[in-house]
Design a protein around this ligand. Structure first.
Ligand code: FE2
Length: 284
């Protein structure tokens, strides 16, 4: 699927941008399903907010217990600015959910159809994967006006293998622009160390620093503005972030996190699968 030049550029740059990977029909079907899941969410009963704040992520609280439950289920998380002081939604429900995660690719037929198949498998093979294993799916709404920022991080922190093997598959469902919170990456940042590991032992997770290298200055980052249907694949050590969405346009995206089954997926990773719910590849 990829040319030799594209493959070497992926390894040199730490990422690759593939325009027109998904059709308008595939995107519309997935978006409709995501909006349906959001609309079905019982928001008065479950108001957990998704945050990338490192201190909040390490709290032994109900929000983090709910997050851990989502490893093998399908859960909705709210934007930080979704609720007013009285706990009422500021915008309609479908414009308040931050993301859906994290096992739709196995549990929801529409997401499964989007997230599997020979084309993705061939791409993963071209990117160097011997045995792709898809641990997680997310549907990220980056809602108009209240879509929260996601600070600098590396996805290898969440899917640690020895050697490191995770590749993120990031699909633009809407056009991603400077205004609505496109991805930003650090040029050549994938050549640096993994700085943190998100680990789980017991009921609650912890983000632990493993290397003191500071996060890059945002002044050195480059934006990846892409059209809907584009797939961006990037390495687990590539630092990336996305800004808040202050525009009136949503920036929906959906992601898959994939490791290579030939590497050792450690037992401290927050998502684990057993024989009753095994991790799968793109074509099993
Ligand atoms: Fe990420």
């Amino acid at each position: 699927m990829l040319t030799a030049d594209q493959i070497s550029k992926f390894h040199d740059d730490g990422y690759i941008v593939l325009a027109d990977f998904k059709s308008a029909d595939e995107l519309a079907t997935l978006k409709a399903r995501a909006l349906e899941i959001a609309a079905d969410h019982d928001w008065e009963a479950q108001k957990t907010i998704f945050t990338t704040d490192r201190e909040k992520r390490n709290l032994a609280n109900a929000a983090n217990a709910y997050f851990i439950e989502s490893a093998t289920t399908v859960k909705c998380f709210f934007e930080e600015k979704a609720f007013d002081e009285a706990g009422e939604l500021v915008q309609p429900l479908e414009q308040s959910i931050n993301k859906i995660g994290h096992a739709m690719h196995d549990l929801d037929p529409v997401f499964k159809a989007f997230s599997t198949g020979a084309k993705l498998n061939e791409l993963a093979t071209d990117l160097g994967m011997v045995m792709p294993q898809v641990w997680q799916s997310m549907y990220i709404f980056k809602q108009p006006r209240i879509g929260g920022e996601v600070g600098w991080h590396q996805d290898g922190s969440f899917f640690y293998t020895e050697p490191l093997s995770v590749i993120t598959f990031w699909f633009a469902v809407d056009d991603a622009t400077l205004e609505n919170g496109c991805l930003w990456v650090e040029p050549l940042g994938h050549k640096g160390p993994l700085r943190e590991r998100y680990t789980l032992s017991g009921e609650f997770p912890k983000m632990i620093e493993v290397d003191p290298t500071p996060w890059p200055d945002t002044g050195t980052a480059i934006p990846l503005e892409v059209k809907a249907g584009t797939l961006i694949c990037f390495k687990g050590t590539l630092p990336h972030y996305s800004a808040a969405n202050t525009s009136d346009q949503a920036r929906h995206a959906t992601t898959l996190h994939v490791t290579d089954g030939t590497a050792d997926y450690v037992k401290e990773n927050w998502i684990q699968r057993g024989a009753d719910f095994p991790v799968r590849g793109f074509i099993d």
